[in-house]
Design a protein around this ligand. Structure first.
Ligand code: PLP
Length: 353
């Protein structure tokens, strides 16, 4: 606390990101980054854009990038918004599209940033408790409502929702905006992108951080009806007109142009995930079926926190959340086959004691 802080700054409980150690030797399975490099086309495009034009501001509307993404999904440019990571887009969307007249809704076990944004904008929220199988009971969301945000697949469980269920949710809540946070959709989920053509109240949010190996570039995407995109632009342009720099725009365009690289590496991650899940179950872990690039697991005999600390000592970072319903679970990002072999080997030794 400082006497110089505003009432707002004093009132906040900020999000705590997973650690980013400077030591390159650690096996980093804690922030759901992609273990594979981005497309070489991305690196070439960024190098090509590193010229004296950096003296100029970037295109505030990111037109080339928005056109590229629109064509990729079969949408119109006016249905696409881009931002400095999807976290920024979510922050803008809470401000632009959620109302304070009724509480907003999101699951009790979910991406912990939602609560932080709700608090930042002083929005009341009602948590939707997951059932014992970690499904989100979408039919229990109240009406009226200030806005709904659901990640698909959910984090940190990795559980996906069928697009038919998402459509039902969107159709039942036409008076408010429903945000579907699809950060992990490319690893096996069913996207709601095509719903935006029929439902003006759904905003689908994507990121290049996970499936396109570009967490360091900071690019996120929102897809939705023109009116929703205009709302996002109103808030963005009251804050910072240039959220994406010239290099990020160039790199992101190239990322959407290398489909072969994208598909190849997603399939590798999915293959490694399935192999890892089978090995973990052999070791006695209960693993939630995952449609993401991470798994969420618990062991009947060994405390999650003990395993987290012991793995850490062996140079393997995973994520442990100190939250009541999942305190005995670990979230483990899927790395390369060789990283996962080291992880399984370390667990095998730890469980032998
Ligand atoms: C990683 C993640 C994001 C944020 O991604 P960035 O684009 O890197 O900001 C958003 N939502 C969920 C559920 C995530 O896991």
């Amino acid at each position: 606390m400082s006497k110089y802080w505003s009432e707002l700054a004093s009132s906040l409980t900020p999000y705590i990101p997973g650690e980013q150690p400077q030591d390159k030797k650690v096996i980093k399975l804690n922030t759901n980054e992609n273990p594979y490099p981005p497309s070489s086309h991305v690196l070439d495009a960024i190098k090509a854009a590193s010229d004296s034009d950096l003296r100029l501001y970037p295109d505030p509307n990111c037109t080339t990038l928005r056109q590229t993404i629109a064509a990729y999904h079969g949408l119109r440019e006016q249905q696409v918004f881009v931002g400095n990571g999807s976290d920024e887009i979510l922050a803008l969307a809470f401000a632009a599209l959620f109302k304070s007249t009724s509480p907003i809704s999101f699951p009790d076990i979910t991406y912990s940033f939602y609560k932080v944004y709700a608090q930042l904008y002083n929005l009341r929220y009602e948590l939707i408790p997951l059932d014992d199988e970690f499904n989100i009971p979408l039919d229990q969301i109240h009406r009226p409502n200030g806005g709904i945000i659901i990640p698909n697949p959910n984090a940190p469980t990795g559980k996906g929702i069928a697009v038919g269920r998402i459509e039902q949710l969107v159709a039942e809540h036409r008076e408010q905006v429903v945000i579907i946070d699809e950060a992990y959709i490319d690893f096996g989920g069913e996207s709601a992108v095509q719903l935006i053509k029929r439902y003006p109240n759904v905003l689908v949010v994507h990121t290049l951080s996970k499936s396109r190996s570009l967490a360091g570039l900071r690019v996120g995407v929102a897809l939705g009806h023109e009116e929703l995109i205009e709302g996002l632009n109103r808030v963005k342009n009251s804050f910072n007109s240039y959220t994406l720099d010239r290099l990020a725009i160039a790199g992101a365009v190239a990322a959407y142009q290398d489909e072969a690289h994208f598909i190849h590496h997603i399939q590798k991650v999915i293959h490694t995930r399935e192999r890892t899940v089978a090995q973990l179950r052999t070791l006695g872990f209960k693993v939630i079926d995952s449609q993401a690039n991470f798994v969420c697991m618990t062991h009947v005999e060994f405390e999650a926190e003990t395993l987290y600390l012991a793995l850490r000592e062996r140079g393997i970072l995973v994520r442990h959340f100190n939250e009541s319903r999942i305190h005995n679970y670990l979230r483990v990002s899927i790395g390369t086959d060789s990283e996962m072999d080291s992880f399984i080997e370390a667990l095998t030794q730890l469980l032998r004691v």
